[in-house]
Design a protein around this ligand. Structure first.
Ligand code: F6P
Length: 341
């Protein structure tokens, strides 16, 4: 019988040409996710009786996942600072004996979608790794998420494509799919936010997708919903600006920018309706932002529907300007003619 050749995360990273300490940090986070996974399986469903910075009720599991991350990062020599969705401020995790090695800052949502544990749906951990400060595209060097579903998978980018690893029974993350590539168009849509609070433009966009017979796929967990779009290689996930929440719900630093890096590296797109998510420099730790993650066709359609009104105003203004210029030119020609006669 032929032996199957498998590549695990460590071997995969060793073959890449990224910084050794970054490789070690990624492996460290991968191990941390196994600790979190074991907590989930203890069915830690109870409410902790506390709320996080965003006012959401915390489960004991949220707190446990956060605590695991903080403790692990405190012992990781490559991280100087950590921002967690469960904490109000960044945490300085640098140890006194640490020297120049501690150059990375990480943003983490330790257990995104934790309210779904209760009903046994998939949840995930999202991590962004930055060199220095949190400055969007300029500082982000790697991003990953771990999805705790029927399988535990880890999706990673270090800026050299997007790759998926699957946790095997021996506890190794084995390469499942290398270089995930999004198609130009997909067939599914995951529309977040209460429908009655959608803007007219967003509702029109969703209407267009429905006319084109897109299938609804929404579980209420960002990690599994995003993972479905990515692994099916197309479609759209949105959590838009709402009438009573113009910045939507999801957090730029903890949820959106890591996912944006991952989808861009797979040939997809991540916008807030107009600008690339990665081009936005966060002005506060818990900043929220509307989002559209998807393949080319769906993103272009979103831009068209969302900005049509603004574009038509701009076009009208341009036309008016051109007309004025024409009148001016005609006037000048006329004056010259008069002068010459
Ligand atoms: O931010 C937490 C989260 O649970 C995400 O994982 C998910 O995409 C979103 O909220 C779901 O929000 P809603 O319940 O409003 O659809």
């Amino acid at each position: 019988m032929q032996r199957m050749i498998t590549t695990d995360l460590r071997i995969f990273l060793a073959k890449s040409n990224i910084d050794l300490n970054l490789r070690r940090l990624i492996s460290y986070i991968a191990i941390t996710s196994k600790y979190i996974s074991s907590k989930i399986h203890e069915a830690n469903r109870k409410f902790a009786g506390t709320t996080n910075f965003s006012g959401e009720e915390q489960l004991e599991l949220d707190k446990a996942a956060d605590e695991i991350f903080i403790q692990r990062m405190k012992h990781c020599p490559y991280v100087k600072e950590m921002a967690s969705e469960e904490q109000d401020e960044t945490i300085n995790v640098i140890l006194p004996e640490q020297g120049e090695e501690a150059v990375y800052s990480i943003s983490v949502d330790p257990l995104d979608g934790s309210s779904l544990v209760d009903v046994n749906l998939a949840v995930g951990t999202i991590v962004g790794i930055h060199y220095g400060q949190f400055l969007g595209r300029t500082s982000m060097v790697a991003a990953m998420y771990i999805l705790y579903g029927p399988l535990t998978t880890l999706v990673l980018t270090t800026g050299q494509g997007t790759h998926e690893f699957v946790l095997n029974p021996e506890g190794e993350f084995i390469l499942g799919e290398e270089n995930i590539k999004m198609k130009e168009q997909g067939k599914i849509y995951a529309p977040g936010g209460l429908k009655e609070k959608w803007t007219k433009e967003h509702a029109q966009y969703i209407g267009e997708l429905e006319k084109e017979k897109y299938k609804l796929r929404y579980s209420g967990g960002l990690v599994p919903d995003f993972n479905q779009i990515l692994l099916k290689k197309g479609g759209i996930f949105t959590y838009p600006a709402l009438i009573d929440a113009p910045n939507g719900k999801l957090r730029l630093l903890f949820e959106l920018q890591p996912m944006a890096f991952i989808i861009e590296q797979a040939g997809g797109f991540a916008i807030n309706g107009k600008a690339d998510i990665l081009d936005i420099i966060p002005n506060s730790l818990h900043q929220r932002c509307p989002v559209y993650f998807g393949s080319q066709y769906e993103i272009e359609l979103a831009k068209k529907c969302l900005n049509e009104k603004e574009e038509s105003i701009n076009n009208k203004e341009k036309l008016r300007e051109e007309e004025l210029n024409n009148v001016e030119t005609k006037k000048e020609i006329y004056e010259v003619m008069i002068e010459e006669n």
